[in-house]
Design a protein around this ligand. Structure first.
Ligand code: MN
Ligand code: MN
Length: 317
């Protein structure tokens, strides 16, 4: 089962200028063959299908645990897309067809992420490789992380919206950790060092400004354990020096602390969350009162109560 925390793995910026064309390109990182839906579903089904797992526990733990991190990456990509679409779904101000590379963001959705790639093609289960052969699956995972980072760098270069840059800066660093983790697993099982045999893609994260805060915090060397009690044996695989920097690889015994998400404003032009959001808010307030909950909503959001989203809404409409 999965345990959910209402925080993002990385800090994301508030909405600014809407960028529906950029958002359509970022969709590749969500529902493309090498996107986060694919990494999540590949590792998830490999873990579900894992036979004789007790005998191979460090490898089972590694794949299962990275799957959990990938769930949070899908959430982060969606957050970036939704942030970029904010302001483009306002009543009376829907984007011109020429600005909406994926019209379904508005015509079929509420200025929200779709489970599609950058061409609007739906993600599909054929992108999952789960052969049952551990070495084959781990080799596939190394290749998948390589392709995923390759795609992230191209999206980084094509889209300069702050949300896209914050996203790709973080994911390039985390994808590097997963590449190293799968390479270590294969090396420990077979003796073949993939990082030496196939040094690809050559991504200069040390030269990408949006990667620096994460590298300075050592995010390129850390694998987080996403469970209160389980998956301890990943530490038996994720060990030794980082193949590029020489820094020691480390397992952090808990999930990242994370950051609250911005509560993105209603987009009344596309009925999100409804034609009259105030009505829903009033019903919710009454239900909270009846349930004996606090008068104010309890969830944590990044909007700090001084009307950040309200100001953004004014600025973009
Ligand atoms: Mn990922
Ligand atoms: Mn990954």
């Amino acid at each position: 089962m999965i345990f959910r925390i209402d925080r993002l793995q990385a800090e994301m910026p508030p909405p600014s200028t809407p960028d529906p064309a950029g958002a359509a390109i970022v969709q590749e990182l969500l529902g493309g063959k090498f996107g986060e839906m694919s990494t999540f579903m590949n590792y998830t089904f490999q873990s579900f299908n894992f036979r004789a797992r007790q005998g191979a526990r460090p490898f089972f733990d590694l794949v299962s645990n990275i799957a959990a991190e990938e769930f949070g990456h899908i959430e982060l990509v969606s957050t970036a897309i939704n942030t970029m679409l904010t302001g483009a779904g306002e009543a009376g101000n829907l984007p011109d067809p020429k600005d909406a590379m994926n019209p379904q963001h508005f015509a079929a959705g509420g200025a929200g992420t779709l489970v599609q790639d950058s061409n609007g093609k739906p993600w599909n289960g054929d992108y999952v490789t789960s052969t049952g052969d551990l070495i084959e699956d781990l080799t596939h995972n190394f290749f998948l992380e390589t392709g995923a980072r390759n795609g992230k760098l191209k999206v980084y270069e094509m889209v300069d919206h702050p949300a896209a840059r914050a996203l790709t800066g973080y994911l390039l660093v985390r994808g590097g950790v997963h590449q190293v983790a799968y390479a270590r697993a294969i090396e420990l099982l077979t003796g073949a060092d993939l990082m030496k045999m196939f040094p690809s893609p050559r991504i200069p994260t040390d030269k990408i400004p949006e990667c620096q805060p994460h590298i300075q915090r050592g995010e390129h060397t850390k694998l987080y354990r996403f469970s209160p009690n389980d998956y301890h044996e990943l530490a038996a695989v994720f060990t030794g020096p980082h193949p590029e920097t020489g820094d020691p690889l480390q397992v952090i015994d808990h999930p990242p602390e994370g950051f609250p998400a911005f509560d993105l404003p209603a987009q009344e032009g596309v009925f999100a969350p409804g034609y009259e959001p105030e009505e829903i808010a009033e019903i919710a307030r009454k239900l909270r009162e009846k349930a004996g909950l606090s008068d104010e909503p309890t969830g944590e959001v990044a909007n700090n109560g001084n009307g950040v989203v309200g100001k953004i809404k004014d600025a973009v409409s």
